[in-house]
Design a protein around this ligand. Sequence first.
Ligand SMILES: C[S@@+](CC[C@H](N)C(=O)[O-])C[C@H]1O[C@@H](n2cnc3c(N)ncnc32)[C@H](O)[C@@H]1O
Length: 210
Amino acid sequence: LWWLFDTLKPTDATLETGCGFSTIIFALKGTRHTVISPIKHEHKLIRDWSAANGVDLSRVTFLAEKSESVLPIWNDGALDLVLIDGFHGFPVPMVDWLYTSRWLTTGGLVVVDDTQIRTCGILCDFLRAEEGRWTLAREFDHTDVFRRLDAPLLDDDWNAQPWAFQATLDRVERRPIARPSPAGLLDAFPSMKRLTRYLHGTLFGRHSGR
Ligand SMILES: C[S@@+](CC[C@H](N)C(=O)[O-])C[C@H]1O[C@@H](n2cnc3c(N)ncnc32)[C@H](O)[C@@H]1O
């Protein structure tokens, strides 16, 4: 939150999925800010707290929607910073990233929170592996910040994405592991299995006698 406070400029256009403390930071810095989260009561709590503490929300737009529903049709212009911190279940962090990053200016930042959660972690694994499109700008314990570079994001297919391409190679290399394990092979030869058990018991003193 302190990093966000130090980084934001009043001239920035920003968007977050989810809301909470971060919303107050955006409001305090006076960015033109969009909040997308489905629970109206959270918005009311933020409005009430802001009113009680003199925080100006006049540049904050609250959309009481699920991000995965509204982002595909959201078109309120270029963004300088996006915070992804809404629904963390698969594949919503990726959906949030997909539909916000196309509005991100070159040099703009995407902040992915809760990287300890597998879904957010996978998104960050992908972005960390990217070459020429994204670069890791900051790293905190559970938060990664990526800068969008000057290149189209989705012009090239999977084989131009280091994360997708490398994982595919790994899968090909892992294929032999799918063969029956040695233990599985023994099941096909009962006498061999009995002998193995006997020897194991003799050597390690745990022969059951069966
Ligand atoms: C981890 S909290 C956000 C914390 C906030 N950034 C802060 O600094 O306190 C997750 C938020 O996601 C919202 N949320 C849940 N489902 C959502 C969805 N489908 N789309 C957008 N936001 C969602 C919740 O209502 C909640 O506000």
